[in-house]
Every structure is written in C-alpha cells, then in structure tokens.
Design a protein around this ligand. Structure first.
Ligand code: 13P
Length: 239
C-alpha cells in the first residue's frame, strides 16, 4: 500500500517538523513496510534521511530560470526531493494548468527520474453524465502522459469528493479503479474525503493500492491510524 498526505497550503515549517516527528517515529516503531509519502508546502522542505518520503505538490519543469513565483529542479535537488504530485485538480481548476502544461511537467520530471503521483478525476457534472463521459474525461487527462512510466503512481481523485465529505460508493470506486487498471500497471490510489472512518474500507477495494489524503491527514495521529489500517490489510492479504 501507498499512503500519502497532501498538506496543500496548510502547516508551517515548525508544524510540519512536529508532524513528521510523530509520523516518523510511528513508522519506525511499528516496522511499517508500506510506502508513506508526505507532500508539505515548499517552506517546510528539509534535507533529512527519512523512513517517510517527502515530495512536492508542484514544481516548474526546468532546471532553473526566469519563472517568477515557481521553484524548479535545482531547488528540489538541494533537498534531495525525487517525488512530485502532478495534475492535482486544484492546480488544474484553481491555478488554471492545462493538460499541455501538465504533460510537459510529466515529461520533464519523468526524464529526471522522479516518482510521480499523477492525479486524474472528474467534476460532478461529468460523473452525472454517465460512465462513457467519465471515461472520456479521464482519457483526456491522460493525453501526453506515459502510463507505463516506471515510477508512476496514478491517483484517482473525483473533484466533487475533494474536501466535501462526499465519496463515490465503494462499488463506483471499484469500477473506476478496474477501468484504470486496464490502462496501466502502476499502483492506483484513491483520494477525495478519505477519513479515519472509511480509509480501511476504501483500501480493501480491489485495485485500490493506497490513498491520497488531504484534510484528514493534517492530524498526525489520524494519518498514523490510516497507516496502521494499511498494514493490517497487508497482514490479511499476506502481502
Ligand atoms: P481531501 O482528503 O481533503 O478531500 O483532499 C483530497 C486531496 O485533494 C488529496 O490530494
């Protein structure tokens, strides 16, 4: 299982340090073999060896240069960062990233060997338009993306489920993940209103290889509970 926390624009550097201390010691003490990733804000990046992978929520696809307000490869290298989120719906819809820009980021960071958590997911009106519309929408979000990239992790995050407390039915998640499984051998995460109460149930669904958690992962203790849920599932399935 792969269990990820996306902080978005939450937590200070100091709060992130306190959070990481809790999660690191939990992962170490419980001999967790799952992959744990945390995506803090840029200001909280540090260069430490960890048993939890630190990634960035975004970066500009260049080594460095005149890109006001962005950070690029050179700044990530300083902190040994080799993991990035690309295609998150908040960057698509709030920051206006087009599929072309997203595909360029994917090309650049895959060329530089990054582990890429690549997000896809539909707005509510597309979900309501039916399965064909939904699959066409997700297909369009995969244009320019190498779905067989060796360090790809795909994340399905329905836009209408993010931060709303709403989730698709377990059957809908299963169907969508099964459809994605036909497109890639990469691990497939589910994201969108994952909470302590539903994490285990979601991770138990066929073709769900982990979770990408926003608000519920802001509590280090809750995030650790979800990590424990994942390791329980491994014990059951003998992974
Ligand atoms: P929430 O867990 O707050 O719904 O956010 C999900 C998300 O966007 C993770 O990337």
């Amino acid at each position: 299982m792969i269990i990820c926390a996306n902080f978005k624009a939450n937590k200070t550097r100091q709060e992130t340090q306190a959070y990481m201390a809790v999660v690191e010691s939990f992962v170490g003490a419980n001999d967790i073999s799952d992959t744990i990733m945390v995506f803090p804000p840029f200001t909280a990046l540090e260069h430490l060896s960890r048993n939890v992978l630190i990634g960035v929520q975004n970066a500009y696809p260049a080594k460095n240069g005149a890109y006001t307000g962005e950070i690029a490869l050179e700044q990530l290298e300083e902190f040994g960062i080799k993991t990035i989120l690309i295609g998150h719906s908040e960057r698509r819809h709030i920051l206006g990233e087009t599929q072309e820009v997203i595909a360029e980021k994917f090309r650049f960071f895959s060329t530089h060997g990054f582990a890429i958590v690549y997000c896809v997911g539909e707005p509510l009106e597309v979900r309501q338009a039916g399965t064909e519309a939904l699959m066409n929408y997700i297909e369009a979000q995969c244009i320019g993306i190498d779905l067989e990239y060796k360090d790809l992790i795909l994340a399905y995050e329905p836009v209408w489920a993010i931060g709303t407390g709403l989730t698709p039915s377990m059957e809908d998640i299963r169907e969508l993940h099964t459809a994605l499984r036909a497109k890639t051998t990469a691990p497939i995460l589910y994201g969108g209103s994952v909470k302590v109460d539903n994490a285990a149930q979601i991770m138990a669904i066929e073709n769900v290889d982990g979770i990408l958690v926003g608000s519920a992962a802001l509590s280090a203790n809750d995030f650790c509970t979800m990590i424990a849920d994942a390791s329980q599932l491994n014990t059951k399935t003998g992974e």
